[in-house]
Design a protein around this ligand. Structure first.
Ligand code: IPE
Ligand code: IPE
Ligand code: MG
Length: 249
């Protein structure tokens, strides 16, 4: 039995790197609990989580993943104490500042999903600079969801569509047409969605795009997340049978 379970674990982590999901989305959850478990302030968890993000994004780029989308701050996260929100925002500034410095070397294309217009001028400037530099890159694309909410994204898309055709006859509204009004325009839907931190919910993340995503939940708190854990999630995904409503032939 011992031997069997060891073998099984090894198999479960074996990734077929020639057949990766195109797009992985991750809810970066569990920072606060990670810190609390260590008797540290929650903000220390966010700092640790930012480091984990740097590591995991590099790993995803190295294995040749095309798209990585991460949920960093939701439209609901403004409910948190102002001091925690401020710390998260200043960690984001620090992260982007350092990312810009390394971009020439890393060549990771970075995008942002969410309403960034309400963020501080400094953050908006860093976001604009990151976008500008990224325009020329073609490799792995990392999308950071900042002040992002799935419902907010859908409402914005509907409003923009209605506004665009206020005076003209609107073309037929198909799923494909509608997708062009989302932050994710032009990007394939996520194949694999990962939620660390033990919660079994979607928390307003990629509501439209996740329609046929495969979910992977783990109790590991985000700051403890490792490359191996990404491997486990991908290997698990590779054993799923995606039918998209059809039947297996
Ligand atoms: C995720 O970690 C980071 C953000 C939502 C900004 P949390 O801060 O939600 O950590 P927990 O869930 O309280 O442990
Ligand atoms: C989801 O985590 C949002 C982000 C990770 C940015 P939350 O911690 O905000 O989610 P809930 O409150 O547990 O649903
Ligand atoms: Mg949380």
């Amino acid at each position: 039995m011992g031997l069997f379970s060891r073998k099984k674990t090894r198999q479960a982590e074996e990734v077929d790197f020639s057949n990766l999901p195109r797009h992985i989305a991750i809810i970066l959850d569990g920072n606060g609990r990670w810190a609390q478990k260590r008797g540290l302030p929650r903000t220390a968890g966010h700092a640790a989580g930012a480091e984990t993000f740097r590591r995991v994004a590099t790993y995803c780029k190295d294995i040749g993943l095309e798209y990585l989308t991460v949920y960093a701050f939701s439209t609901e996260n403004w409910k948190r104490p102002p001091q925690e929100v401020e710390t998260i925002m200043s960690l984001l500034e620090k992260y982007l500042y350092e990312a810009i410095e390394r971009m020439e070397r890393d060549k990771v294309k970075m995008e942002f999903f969410g309403d960034v217009s309400v963020l501080s001028p400094k953050l908006r400037d860093l976001i604009a600079r990151t976008r500008e530099i990224s325009r020329h890159y073609e490799g792995c694309q990392v999308n950071i969801c900042l002040n992002y909410g799935g419902r907010d994204e859908l409402l914005r898309a509907v409003r923009t569509y209605a506004e665009a055709y206020r005076n003209d006859a609107a073309p037929e509204l198909t799923e494909e047409n509608f997708s062009r009004y989302l932050y994710s325009a032009g990007i394939p839907d996520p194949d694999l969605m990962i939620r660390p931190g033990g919660e079994l919910r979607q928390s307003n993340f990629l509501l439209w795009q996740s329609a046929y995503a495969e979910w992977y939940f783990t109790d590991t708190l985000w700051p403890d997340f490792t490359d191996r854990e990404i491997d486990r999630a991908i290997a698990d995904y590779q054993h799923r049978d995606r039918r998209f409503g059809g039947i297996k032939v």
